[in-house]
Design a protein around this ligand. Structure first.
Ligand code: CP
Ligand code: NVA
Length: 308
């Protein structure tokens, strides 16, 4: 495995599957109170330029469960790239701690940290990708579907950071991913091309469409996310108009199979990209996704920080 996880494409198929297996095994250990402190004495630093509930709490909890400690640096604490350059921050932290977990606006900040740090750097969400989210989603999909083989996932909404990581993961693993966005909100073309390259080798099918009904009809899972991501708040009102037809509601769900499950990375804007009845309904697996953040990140940290 590479030193860093800045993109889900830093992992190959075998590495993703192994991480999911290890996440399951560590989950069992925790549930049976047989926790092995695989990273005792290590320390992780969380550098967050954006707010977070799930990512912050699950990373800190995972570090502590592994016998490591953590410190959290909020957006105003260090001024990543303003008070001090990304490279200087990375080289200082490398002398004191064992892993950097960074949530940033520009993706180049997380790759810049990785390039200058001698310790692992994990992308905890950038404007371009959210790899840890997708690892948790893959674990959730496998738990509910029994296997990742032959699974079809439909994305409806914005072609954003979560969509990019999903597209790449699907392409690497050989899944079918249908992505429905409004015109002008398609996933980044460079990422689509990269995904197509992986798909040629893995047999994955990537379908881009503007029609959410077409995207969901053969889907085992329907995935959506907020229409305006963190940093796009000023566009929220305009986006509410543009994305209306992409809402995951009872009507859209009726176009899919009765067994189709619904995914959302959370936080949700209830009544916008998803209705209350669907988010809280029997087909929703969003809290399993949230729980699985803890398990996959514990497995990832164990792999990167393991003593000896
Ligand atoms: N899904 C997710 O990353 O949630 P937070 O923004 O709360 O960390
Ligand atoms: N696309 C969302 C994901 C939040 C977890 C955002 O970037 O705000």
């Amino acid at each position: 495995m590479k030193k860093d996880l800045t993109s889900i494409a830093d992992l190959n198929r075998e590495e993703i599957i192994t991480l999911l297996d290890e996440a399951e095994a560590l989950k069992q250990q925790v549930q049976q109170a047989r926790v092995v402190e695989l990273a005792r004495g290590k320390m992780g630093v969380l550098i967050f330029e954006k707010p977070s509930l799930r990512t912050r709490v699950t990373f800190e909890r995972a570090l502590h469960q592994l016998g490591a400690t953590s410190t959290y640096l909020s957006p105003t604490d260090i001024g990543l790239g303003t008070r001090e350059g990304v490279s200087d921050i990375a080289r200082n932290l490398s002398r004191w701690v064992d892993v950097i977990i960074a949530r940033v606006f520009e993706h180049e900040k997380v790759t810049g940290l990785a390039a200058s740090a001698s310790i692992p750097v994990i992308n905890a969400l950038s404007d371009t990708e959210h790899p840890c989210q997708i690892l948790a989603d893959l674990l959730t999909i496998r738990q509910h579907h029994g296997t990742l083989d032959g699974v079809t996932i439909a994305w409806t909404g914005d072609g954003n950071n979560v969509c990019h990581s999903l597209l790449l993961a699907g392409a690497i693993l050989g899944l079918k991913v249908n992505i429905a966005t409004p015109r002008g909100f398609e996933p980044n073309n460079a990422i689509v091309q990269k995904g197509k390259g992986y798909a040629e080798k893995s047999g994955a099918k990537l379908n881009l469409t503007y029609d959410p009904c077409a995207a969901v009809q053969d889907a085992d899972f329907i995935y959506t996310d907020v229409w305006a991501s963190m940093g796009q708040e000023s566009e929220a009102e305009q986006r509410r108009q543009i994305f209306r037809a992409y809402q995951v509601n009872r009507q859209l769900l009726a176009r899919a199979k009765p067994t189709t499950k619904v995914l959302h990375c959370l936080p949700a804007h209830r009544g916008e990209e998803i209705t209350d009845d669907v988010l809280d309904g029997p087909q929703s697996v969003v809290l399993d996704q949230a729980e699985n953040r803890l398990h996959v990140q514990r497995a990832l940290l164990a792999r990167l920080l393991k003593n000896g």
